[in-house]
Design a protein around this ligand. Sequence first.
Ligand code: AMP
Ligand code: MG
Length: 327
Amino acid sequence: MIVLGIETSCDETSAALVQDGRKILANTVASSLEFHKKYGGVIPEIASRMQLETISGIMESALKKAQIKLKDIDLIGVTSGPGLLGSLLVGISFAKSLSLGLAKPLLGVNHVYSHFYANFLAGEKIKLPFVALVVSGGHTSLFYIRDFDKIEVLGETQDDACGEAFDKVAKILGLGYPGGPAIEKIAASGEPKKIRFNCYGTRGKLDFSFSGIKTAVLYYVKGRRLSRKEKADISASFQEAVIETLVTKAILACKMKKVSRLVVGGGVAANNRLRDKFYAAAADHNLSCYFPAQSLCMDNAAMIAGLAYQLFKKGYRSDLSLTADLN
Ligand code: AMP
Ligand code: MG
C-alpha cells in the first residue's frame, strides 16, 4: 500500500511516499527557515505563504523520486494538527483537493504522535507497548503507547517546550536561530558541570518545566560581557540539566508502566549528547532505547504517511470536513 504523506505544521513543507507504513520511497522537505532567521523565530504568515507556493512542486519531486504516479497512491495522509493554523490549512486543503480529485481516501494525522512513529521507518521492529518521549520545538510529552490509536499522556510540559528552551537560551547567548544545533555545537567545548542549572518544580512527577531554567540563564548572564568559553560553559550546563531531567523522567515512566522499551522522537532528539545519555541510562536500567535517524527527527512527511497507514489499517478515515486541530 502506497501512502502519500503531506506535512506543513510549522516552517517545513514536506511530501513523502511510504510503502506499507515502513519503507520510505521518497521524503522531500523544504524549509522556510532562512526567511525566519532574522526574526529569531518562525513568523507564521511567512511560513504559510511559502508553503502555498512550494507544496505542489514538493509533491511533484517526491513522486518523481519514488517513480510513482498520482493514480498509484492508495491513501493521502496529512498533518491535521497541532501546529500553526495557516500552515496546517495549506496542507489540509491541498490533501483534501487531491483526495477529491483522485477519489482516494484521506486521513488526518496527529503531528506529535507521528514524531515517535519516525522510529518505525528504519525497519525497526519495536514491540508494543512502549513509553514514548517526544521532544520538539512545540511539545515535550511522555506517552504510554499501547497501540497506535491507544495513547495515554503520562506527562507534558507545564510551560515552554524543550526545543523552545534551547531556542530561547541560544537567543539570550546570541547564538542565532534555531537554537538547538547552535547550543549543541558550542556546548561541545564547554563544561557541563560548571554551573548548576536545574529543571525542578513540576506538578506531576512526569511533567516538565523549562521556563525556569531559561530565566535562570537570563539572570546568570545579565549585565555580563561573555567570552566564548563562558558561553560554551553556560550552553553545556544548560544542555546537561535539560537532558538530565528528560532522562530521569523517561526512565521513571518506563518503571511506572513496567515497560522495557523507550522510544524517543522530535527535533531535540537529534542532539548527540542527549542520544548518548539516553542510551547509557537505558543500558543501566535494562531498557531498549530507540531513536530515529537524525534526519527523521525533524519535521517530515514520511512519519505522517507511516502513521496514516497504521491508522487506516485499523479503520480510521477522514472526510472533507477535516480541518486543523490545534490541540
Ligand atoms: P521540531 O519542532 O520537531 O521541528 O524540532 C525543532 C526544534 O528542535 C527546535 O526547537 C530546535 O532548536 C530543536 N533542535 C533541533 N536540533 C537540535 C539539537 N541538535 N539539539 C537540541 N535541540 C535541537
Ligand atoms: Mg515537529
